[in-house]
Design a protein around this ligand. Structure first.
Ligand SMILES: Nc1ncnc2c1ncn2[C@@H]1O[C@H](COP(=O)(O)OP(=O)(O)OP(=O)(O)O)[C@@H](O)[C@H]1O
Ligand SMILES: [Mg+2]
Length: 265
C-alpha cells in the first residue's frame, strides 16, 4: 500500500471561513491520509494559513466540518486539537525569545503533563519522576534536530534558521500524530532549507508523523510531498500528486497571475 492510499486521518469537508466581508476560505474539501506529507500551496492570501487555523481550532468556520481520526467536529478549541494529537509551527516564528532552546522545547511538553501544579506541590516525588521523563524526551528531540550546541542559548540570539528548527522541536515535543507546518523554510538560505527538508522527511519516516506543509518553494514541495492541494482566492483549484498539480492549467494560471489580472479587469 502506498502512503497516499493509507486511511484518512483528517477530512476537511465543505469548509468556509469569512472575516466580515473577506472570504478567506470558500467551500474547501480535501483529506490527509495517515503517514503522508500533504502540501498546501497557493499564491499570497490564498487562504493557506487560515485553513491550518481551522484545522487546529484557532478559527471556527461558518460552514463545513473537520473529521479527525473519525471524530466529526464543526469546531474545536486549540487545546483540544493539541490534546487530540495536532501540533503546529507558525509562519512567523512564535517562540519565547528570552528562554533557552531547552526551555522552549520543554514548553511543548506542558500539554503532555498530566499532573496539575497543586498536585505537584504536595506529591513532589511523582512530579519529579514525570519531569525527568519529559527532560529525557526533550533531550532526544534536541539530539535528533542536531541543536545540542545551542541547548542553553536564548532563542532570540540564534540565527533565524535555527529558530525555525527549535520551533519544530517544540511541536515535536508534543509527540503529534498530525504536524502542521506553516512555511517552515520561509526566509532560509539554501543550506538551511536543505537541512529543514531533511528533518521533515526524517520526522515523517522515523516517527511516522503525518505532515501538512505550507510552502512557497516549489522545488521543496515537489521533493517532499506525496500529494498537493492548491488554493487560490480561498478556493481549491487543484488536488493531486506533485506531477499532476504542476501540469494543471489552473495552477499555472494562478501562479502566473492570469486569474488575478482577469478578475481585476
Ligand atoms: N484574522 C484575520 N482577519 C481578517 N482577515 C484575515 C485574517 N486572517 C486572514 N485574513 C484574510 O484572509 C485571506 C487569506 O489569508 P491567509 O493568511 O490565510 O493566506 P495565506 O494563503 O496564508 O497567504 P500567505 O502566503 O501570504 O501567508 C487574506 O485575504 C487575508 O487578508
Ligand atoms: Mg500564510
Amino acid at each position: 500500500m502506498t502512503r497516499a492510499t493509507g486511511e484518512i486521518m483528517l477530512d476537511v469537508h465543505n469548509v468556509s471561513l469569512r472575516f466580515g466581508g473577506v472570504k478567506a476560505v470558500t467551500d474547501i474539501s480535501f483529506d490527509i491520509r495517515k503517514g503522508e506529507i500533504r502540501a498546501i500551496i497557493g499564491p499570497n492570501g490564498a487562504g493557506k494559513t487560515s485553513m491550518l487555523n481551522v484545522i487546529n481550532g484557532v478559527y471556527h468556520p461558518q460552514q463545513g466540518t473537520i473529521t479527525f481520526k473519525g471524530r466529526v467536529r464543526k469546531a474545536m478549541q486549540p487545546h483540544q486539537a493539541a490534546k487530540s494529537g495536532i501540533a503546529r509551527t507558525f509562519q512567523n516564528v512564535a517562540l519565547f525569545k528570552g528562554m533557552s532552546t531547552l526551555d522552549n522545547i520543554m514548553s511543548g511538553r506542558f500539554l503532555k503533563m498530566h499532573r496539575n501544579f497543586f498536585w505537584q506541590l504536595i506529591h513532589l516525588g511523582p512530579a519529579r519522576q514525570e519531569e525527568i521523563a519529559h527532560r529525557r524526551k526533550v533531550e532526544e528531540i534536541i539530539d535528533f534536530l542536531e541543536i545540542q550546541h545551542v541547548r542553553k542559548v536564548p532563542v532570540g540570539k540564534l540565527p533565524y534558521g535555527l529558530q525555525k528548527r527549535v520551533e519544530l522541536g517544540r511541536a515535536l515535543a508534543m509527540e503529534p500524530e498530525l504536524l502542521l507546518l506553516d512555511e517552515p523554510m520561509a526566509g532560509m538560505n539554501l543550506e538551511e532549507k536543505e537541512d529543514m527538508s531533511r528533518f521533515i522527511l526524517d520526522v515523517n519516516h522515523e516517527f511516522g508523523t503525518t505532515i501538512a506543509l505550507i510552502e512557497h518553494d516549489m522545488g521543496v514541495v515537489m521533493d517532499l510531498s506525496d500529494r498537493v492541494v492548491v488554493l487560490d482566492y480561498g478556493r481549491k483549484i487543484a488536488d493531486g500528486t506533485p506531477d499532476e498539480v504542476k501540469s494543471n492549467q489552473n495552477v499555472i494560471d494562478a501562479y502566473l497571475g492570469v486569474a488575478h489580472q482577469e478578475k481585476s479587469r
